[in-house]
Design a protein around this ligand. Sequence first.
Ligand SMILES: Cc1cc2nc3c(=O)[nH]c(=O)nc-3n(C[C@H](O)[C@H](O)[C@H](O)COP(=O)(O)OP(=O)(O)OC[C@H]3O[C@@H](n4cnc5c(N)ncnc54)[C@H](O)[C@@H]3O)c2cc1C
Length: 341
Amino acid sequence: MKNVDYIIVGDGYAAMFFAHQLINNNKSFYLFSEGKKSASFVSAGIINPAVLKRFTTFWLAQEQIDVLKKTLSEIEVYTHKNYWIEKPVLRVFHDEKEKELWLKKSNEISFLSKNFLKINSVKNPFGCGQVDNSARLNVRDFFTDLMNYLEKNSHLIKEKFEYKLINTENSTYKDIQFKNIIFAEGMVVKENPYFSDIPVDSNKGHHLEVKLSEKIEDDFTIKKKHFIFPLNEDTYYYGGTYDREQMHHKIDDSAVEKLTNALAEFYPNDFEVVNVKFGFRPTVKDRRPIIGAHSEFKNLYVFNGLGARGILNGNYFAINLYNHLENGEKLHPEVDLKRFR
Ligand SMILES: Cc1cc2nc3c(=O)[nH]c(=O)nc-3n(C[C@H](O)[C@H](O)[C@H](O)COP(=O)(O)OP(=O)(O)OC[C@H]3O[C@@H](n4cnc5c(N)ncnc54)[C@H](O)[C@@H]3O)c2cc1C
């Protein structure tokens, strides 16, 4: 029998940020990955403390960004790579009124810069506002490197975790004796007999990978209807859509059409769609993650509901969950699963 402190089920932001806490604190663990592309892997990687519809900010934004920077510097120690891309988010103004509103709000919301910019190669006749303290995560390298690290250090089990093989009486799973299991499965939680009833709803998102005939200046992340930013020399990310209805695991043509039309309105030159990707955001009505123990089996935990802010929520609450389990810290009441009981 192998003995570990933790089993983690999943390989998205929730799982990876929790795994980092275990690595950082020398805990023993296995992480199960069924090898499907997670919503996290197709995410844009945008780290944005502003709400760009209303020019406001959100719960814990500054604190979450500070803690994320610290975590990424800790991860860099063992992967030897920096995943923080220091390129700000720019919000394209629809008209003069929006610009005035931004300026007014910038007196209260420190993230809204008073410096306006104009960008070549996209339509922005009223200019753009810059969000200070925003950035991007290098998503592909972050996941590739962390998975490699886990594999090299014998933490990774490339299998689907089978719920029916948990023995709750003696805390074993096959030949593994565990202290706790953290279920970090995103929308697949609906298949988990211990937590299938948690109130997470799917919000499907598509994005395009496009080749642009003319580069956009300075690698900014630009938001008009959707976000656009470079993935490499000539390929750009454009997305994502939001859809609460579609649950099937196929590309929706209507989402592709929506994105293609929106890009054509905004980008005046030729472009070619080279790839379409989609994922399912696990969202919660009160817009807070869901973390907590099973009502009967106290060493089975769920970590879910990261919504549209997988990076900031995933990192911040992985720390809260770790400190709860190991150091007796209280779970933040607003994310505690108990709020639904
Ligand atoms: C198009 C799009 C763009 C986005 N952009 C951003 C962004 O810019 N910034 C941001 O912060 N967030 C963004 N998000 C949101 C973010 O992606 C989600 O909040 C996040 O992915 C949720 O992470 P998770 O770890 O909970 O779940 P997931 O990423 O879905 O990961 C769960 C993983 O667990 C695996 N798994 C489940 N069950 C099992 C099992 N039994 N055995 C083994 N493996 C299992 C699944 O296969 C899956 O790979 C975006 C989402 C989408 C769809």
